[in-house]
Design a protein around this ligand. Sequence first.
Ligand code: ATP
Length: 263
Amino acid sequence: MTETMTDQQADSQAMESTDHTGAGHKGDTLLELTDLHVFYGNIEALKGISLTVARGEIVTLIGSNGAGKSTTLRAISGTHKPRTGSIKLAGREIHHLPAHEIVSLGIAHSPEGRKVFSRMSVFENLQMGAFSRQGQRIDDDVARVFDLFPRMKERRSQKAGTLSGGEQQMLAMGRALMARPSILLLDEPSMGLSPILTEQIFTIIREINEQGTTVLLVEQNALMALNAANRGYVIQTGKILLADSAANLAANEQVRQAYLGEI
Ligand code: ATP
């Protein structure tokens, strides 16, 4: 074994020692949802969702339009509160907390539709992502985001609203990483992207994970998601239909027919 750390290992060690949930070990349950019921008015969008994500994993949630994938992420990040059920982060109940406290505990959400601050520059958007870490040095994290997304470095002064769709997606992910999360919630990161950009985004997701960030990934592109993930859940009309390793789900006949476009 060599004594010198690669930059990636150093980054990874920095992330592990400073993330918000502290001293947990790889493989410990980081996020736990139990019997979650979420409503929009009278419509019950989640009808008793239970799932877990272990520290260090990439877990994907796949399902058709309207199944409840985005709602699950909104419930976790506190932007749409569950009516009943519980959400725990590293064993601590968080579902009653306001969204900004949930961010500061280590959950960052990159929402569907790349909600960047369009009148702010790329750099200002990244600074906003670090709002939960006031007073802390953020230069190293900006540098890390620029390493992951060199295009953002080139465009650091450009107004976010004038970036292309793919660039806005990169910025939304970069901004979420600025919170130095223990777990990153990614909603449809490949939406609207070309096949080449989609490949790039998935490579970056794996890189982010290798650097120590746990990932919960919602995707329409089930094949790409299952290739990147360790485990997956299939969600249908607000309920978990299947839960298994990503490899088993990718081989599952029902999944192949319904979500991988096979007849
Ligand atoms: P998609 O892949 O199409 O984004 P999804 O699996 O992410 O779908 P959700 O967006 O979570 O699905 O929606 C779950 C259900 O909740 C759907 O029936 C949807 O119409 C409903 N819903 C979502 N947001 C709202 C809202 N703001 N008001 C009312 N109903 C909503």
